[in-house]
Design a protein around this ligand. Structure first.
Ligand SMILES: [Zn+2]
Length: 361
């Protein structure tokens, strides 16, 4: 097995990581973060599971990272993402696992956001020889396919100079993610058409590395059971069409599973056979954080109202210290991610481990 240095992976190392996932029929959770609490919880969970991991932020998550009071809302989305990425660059290698740095959905109106992030990647690359991020997503799935692919091509041409990777979306993931997407989509659009995937392959494969967020009934958010019907065979059909048309190896496409929260476990497992290397998870880790903090607050109500407990006369400082209750949120994220690493079969498979360590894991 290939071995990589721990820390942020870009370019060839990113592709090595992704190929290992596909060959080993496992995937990495891609977790949306909004601040250092969620970033550190993801790093801790990945290290504890000896798994590599993908850390990403949405434009809203990035803006939150910069601070709700940040004077300029566009700059907040840009510099918040940069700050998040720099935080990860400083810490990741010390956690002993490999980390992919990515940004989530950018639709048509957010193309300027990606352009600005590309300026930062270029400056970073000029200075250090590698970009700040491993990859970005450009989601023009709401536009027509020709526009989607023409813009994606333009973006990938710029990225390929630094050996970065582009994630595109074909078909529509149901539900809404941070203001991008819609709850009212025709049902057939919820399933990616293999012909579109073939077209994307023909347009982008020559230019640089790309991955496809394919829609196979997946939905952002968690809805009551029965609302979502996942059809992983859609992924298989797309893979087979490209394989047959161009005589490639099995599973030539690198596929991404959006809306992983609340999905049926056996469908997740099935999708791993069809070239899924990344599963996005946001809703479930958001809930975990809230639940963890909430439980603590409800159980220690007085500490969140009084500095001296009126019932016991004791100071409550040890309970309202933010390190105590924010930690409860982190621990809950870690517990939810332990489950994700198991579901995605990435536990013990970090490429930062040597063969003996991987055997023992
Ligand atoms: Zn998504």
């Amino acid at each position: 097995m290939a071995q990589l240095n721990p820390g942020v992976v870009t370019g060839e190392n990113y592709r090595t990581l992704l190929q290992a996932c596909k060959k080993g029929k496992y995937a990495l959770p891609a977790v949306n973060v909004t601040g250092t609490n969620s970033v550190n919880a993801v790093l801790e969970a990945a290290a504890a599971n000896k798994s590599d991991v993908i850390i990403q932020c949405s434009n809203g998550g990035a803006a939150f990272f910069a601070g709700k009071g940040f004077p300029d809302s566009f700059q907040a989305k840009v510099l918040g993402a940069v700050a998040m990425a720099r935080h990860v660059h400083v810490l990741a290698e010390h956690y002993g696992i490999c980390v992919v740095l990515h940004t989530d959905h950018a639709d048509k109106k957010l193309i300027p956001w990606l352009d600005a992030l590309m300026d930062h990647n270029e400056a970073h690359s000029e200075q250090l020889g590698y970009p700040l991020f491993s990859s970005h997503m450009l989601d023009l799935s709401a536009e027509d396919i020709d526009f989607n692919l023409a813009e994606s091509k333009k973006m990938l041409e710029r990225m390929a100079k630094m050996d970065m990777s582009l994630e595109i979306e074909l078909g529509v993931t149901g539900g809404e993610e941070d203001g991008v997407g819609s709850d009212n989509v025709d049902n057939d659009k919820l399933y990616t058409q293999p012909e579109d995937v073939l077209k994307a392959y023909e347009t982008l494969n020559e230019i640089g590395h790309f991955s496809v967020a394919a829609s196979f009934g997946n939905v952002h958010g968690v809805y009551k059971p029965g609302n979502v019907r996942l059809r992983p065979e859609i992924l298989k059909n797309s893979q087979e069409l490209v394989q047959k048309t161009y005589g490639t190896e099995e599973n030539p496409l690198d596929l991404v599973f959006h809306g992983g929260s609340g999905s049926e476990k056996e469908k997740i497992e099935e999708s791993l056979n069809y070239g899924i290397f990344k599963m996005n998870i946001d809703t479930d880790t958001q809930f975990a954080f809230a639940e963890g903090v909430g439980k603590y607050v409800f159980e220690n109500e007085n500490a969140f109202k009084y500095q001296i407990d009126p019932e016991t006369g004791e100071p409550t400082k040890k309970k309202y210290d933010p390190r105590v209750w924010l930690r409860k949120g982190e621990e809950a994220i870690i517990a939810r991610l332990n489950e994700a690493f198991t579901d995605l079969r990435s536990k013990g498979k970090s490429l930062a481990l040597d063969d003996a360590e991987r055997e023992a894991a």
